[in-house]
Design a protein around this ligand. Structure first.
Ligand code: ACO
Length: 325
């Protein structure tokens, strides 16, 4: 049976050039390289300059993905941009990216699911393409978390970084089997009861300020491992696949210990897990497309590979997406 699939035809990323090491942070807050590496695996992160807003990072990543696909502005008719750090309260960052890329047709909108944002955006774009209303989508994860950190709070400011990654999806006909290229499954979950465990304490309606990120680290850690394992197992149940069938696992890059504990729980070979958290820190919605772009760029992810994305973030939100590259 012929079915429509959303096939990845382009992949790109952008990282701000400024590197901030753990030693740099130790000059500002009471922390150390040893503490940060042992608890998180993070060694350095990129921090956006004053002119590098989320839309600037997103536009550069999107342009790289379009170049990789060999496509121009007339070829894209959907932009779904995941971010928790938009340039403005409104209009959406996606519309700014659309204008910067010279795209004048189709639709562009932001999606907010914090660190799960890219998986939510990918699933959303996939459903638009499968429904037949759009043909080619830019799916972007872009963040400037450095702008919402409390730089005096050592428990949070050491964890995050800035960046952007993007995929171009194209609607193509498949056979409806797991041998098809494209997005083969997606599973999304939310549980709003956990608001206070990871949130920003400001917003236009509540405080009329931007606010700062606040987190109960231990609680987030506990839920992250449980929820990530659950949503990957859901993907396995839905497709009949098992860990050995997957070529690459690309988890949200929050913390090395969360990544390792989840892989252990799922009995995944650590050599098949893409890790960038040591150099990027947690870039929220950008972390998965940045990790995908790295593994694609260095030749690890190849055409035909099964790639499983898994994310968990504020809300709580969590999700997985299985792609045959
Ligand atoms: N440097 C030095 N000491 C620190 C730092 C720091 N940067 N931060 C906290 N500490 C201290 C604390 O003050 C505390 O000191 P005390 O014992 O004197 O009170 C001590 O270290 C232990 O603090 P804990 O919070 O208990 O440390 P924990 O082992 O839980 O590690 C961490 C903290 C790394 C945040 C951990 O809880 C964690 O990984 N949580 C997951 C959170 C995460 O990754 N969130 C990302 C966003 S969520 C997501 O994307 C899924």
């Amino acid at each position: 049976m012929s079915v429509r699939r959303s096939v990845v035809v382009g992949c790109g990323h952008y990282l701000p050039p400024r590197i901030v090491t753990n030693a740099d942070l130790a000059e500002k807050v009471d922390t150390s390289d040893d503490w940060i590496v042992e608890r998180t695996g993070i060694r350095e992160r990129r921090i956006a300059g004053p002119d590098e807003t989320t839309s600037v990072l997103a536009t550069r990543a999107a342009r790289a993905a379009m170049d990789d696909a060999g496509l121009g502005p007339d070829d894209i008719d959907l932009i779904v941009l995941a971010t928790a750090t938009p340039d403005y309260t409104f209009p959406s960052t996606a519309t700014q990216v659309q204008a910067a890329l010279g795209i004048t047709q189709g639709a562009a909108f932001d999606l907010q699911a914090v660190c799960s944002g890219f998986v939510f955006a990918l699933a959303t774009a996939d459903n638009f393409l499968k429904a037949g209303s759009h043909r080619r989508a830019l799916v972007i994860g872009a963040e400037t978390f450095s702008r919402i950190l409390d730089w005096e709070d050592r428990t949070t400011c050491v964890l995050f970084g800035d960046g952007a990654g993007a995929l171009v999806l194209e609607a193509q006909e498949g056979d409806g089997t797991l041998a098809d290229r494209g997005v083969l499954s997606s599973h999304l979950r939310s549980d709003g009861r956990h608001f206070d465990k990871l949130h920003v304490d400001g917003g236009p309606s509540k405080t009329m300020t931007t606010g700062h990120l606040r987190m109960e680290g231990k609680e987030v850690f506990r839920h992250a491992v449980t929820n990530l394992a659950e949503i990957v197992e859901e993907a396995f149940r839905a497709t009949g696949l098992k860990a050995d069938d997957i070529a690459w696992f690309v988890p949200h890059q929050a913390n090395r210990r969360i990544i390792d504990a989840t892989a252990r729980k799922l009995d995944v070979d650590p050599a098949k897990v893409v890790v960038t958290v040591d150099r990027h820190g947690n870039t929220s919605a950008a972390s998965i497309p940045l990790a995908v772009a790295e593994a694609y760029g260095d030749g690890r992810i190849k055409k035909g590979d099964l790639v499983l994305l898994e994310a968990m973030g504020g809300g709580f939100t969590w999700g997985s997406a299985l792609i045959r590259w």
